[in-house]
Every structure is written in C-alpha cells, then in structure tokens.
Design a protein around this ligand. Structure first.
Ligand SMILES: [Zn+2]
Length: 228
C-alpha cells in the first residue's frame, strides 16, 4: 500500500534482500526498486513534478575507488570498463525499450527516505523516459517515472492508467512531527500510514498537512470500512 511508513529493516524484509544501493534493476524477478530522497543535503537531485504524479530521479555516480577518488566530478557511468551496464545503463535501456515499443514500462517500487531509519513507500511507478543532462561540471542521468494507480494493470500504457499523486515530502515531515510518530487514534508506533483525512475521491488534498494524519494499520482499516 502506498503511504506506508517503514523502518529500513521492514523495507528490506519487504523486498527480500538488503537494500545497499539506491537503484536496483529487477531486484527479484519482475520489478525494480529505487530509493529516493528530496532532502536539500541528499546525495542526488530527485524531484517531484506534475502535481506530485511524476518523479524525476537522478542516476547514480561511479563508485568511489582509488582510480576514482571524486565520483561527483566525473560523468555518471552508463557501463563499466568491461562493458557491463551499470544500474544507470539498465534503467536507461528499459526506458528506451519502452519508448521503442519493445517492452511495457518497467515497474518500479519507490521508497522515500524521510529521516534516518524512517522510510515511506511511494508505491509503484512506470519508468517512461531517460536522458542525460549537463550538471554543473559533468553529465548525469535523469529518469522520468510516473506514479500509477493500479499495480495489477501495469501493462497498460502509462497514458491510459490513472495517475496517482504522491504526498509532498514537506507535508510528510510536518505530519510526522505534528503527530509525534504515532497513530492519531491509539498512539501505536508501528504499521503506520499517511492517511488522507478526507480521501482524494471525495475532494481531499495532500498539498497541506491539515488533510493528512498518521494512522496505524488497524485504524486505517477501520476507517476504510466506514467509508465503504
Ligand atoms: Zn491506531
């Protein structure tokens, strides 16, 4: 479920492996996983666009090694020295294949770092484009990912699927702080979600913190039953 709040460990358990890096192409078979952060001091420049329905994700740097002591000063790599595609290269190839009509859009689960040890699941996105652009002193990869409504119907073109809106990071952080990291109904500190007080379908918004609250899984479920 999008908007779930997870610890690092829970996130790794969910994906069935240790998530050591930000980009994970086809982690376990059918889907890919990326980790994002829009903090000002984050290592990469990720951002949301189109009312929070689109993620522009920056590719990743060369590994820091003796022969590459300053990864931030060299172009982000497409392939390694022996020609194997890097994560940048694999995601870029999948985006190109999609644009050429050779494969459905790559399904990517996106997790967002809110603060140390606290992650929020942003749901499934479709990878629809990739390009390289000039940063200050080098070339970096950029990936366009669109948040889609129904994970199960993922093979439909992104244009046909209803788009989902991601709760902006500032709002998530404000809500987390205001609600003290606890369910607003019972004070539970695990299995938390960001919940829309008034759901989207009824005209609710996630632009401001007033319409978003923390609920545990139990109270989230109860609320769902009431609305139905
Ligand atoms: Zn609760």
């Amino acid at each position: 479920m999008p908007n779930e709040i997870l610890s690092y460990l829970e996130m790794c358990q969910r994906e069935g492996c240790n998530l050591q890096r930000g980009m994970n192409f086809r982690l376990k078979g059918s889907h890919s996983v990326i980790l994002m952060s829009v903090h000002p001091n984050a290592p990469y420049a990720d951002r949301l666009e189109d009312n929070g329905t689109t993620l522009i994700y920056e590719g990743h740097d060369e590994n820091r090694t003796a022969s590459c002591p300053q990864p931030k000063s060299v172009d982000q790599p497409h392939a390694t020295g022996n020609g194997t595609l890097t994560q940048n290269g694999k995601f870029a190839q999948a985006a190109q294949n999609y644009k050429d009509g050779k494969q459905p859009p790559e399904h990517v689960r996106v997790y967002e770092k809110l603060r140390v040890g606290i992650w929020s699941y942003n749901g499934v996105f479709h990878l629809v484009d990739a390009w390289r652009e000039k940063a200050t002193n080098r070339w970096v990869f950029k990936f366009r990912l669109v948040a889609v409504e129904n994970e199960g119907e993922g093979d439909l073109p992104a244009a046909v699927l209803e788009r989902r809106r991601i709760i902006p990071t500032q709002v998530k952080l404000e809500v987390w702080k205001r609600d003290g990291g606890r369910c607003t109904q019972c004070g539970a500190i695990d299995e938390l979600h960001f919940d829309h007080v008034l759901p989207y379908a009824r005209g609710g918004t996630s632009i401001t913190a007033e319409n978003v609250q923390l609920l545990c899984a139990r109270h989230n479920l109860q609320k769902g039953d009431k609305i139905l």
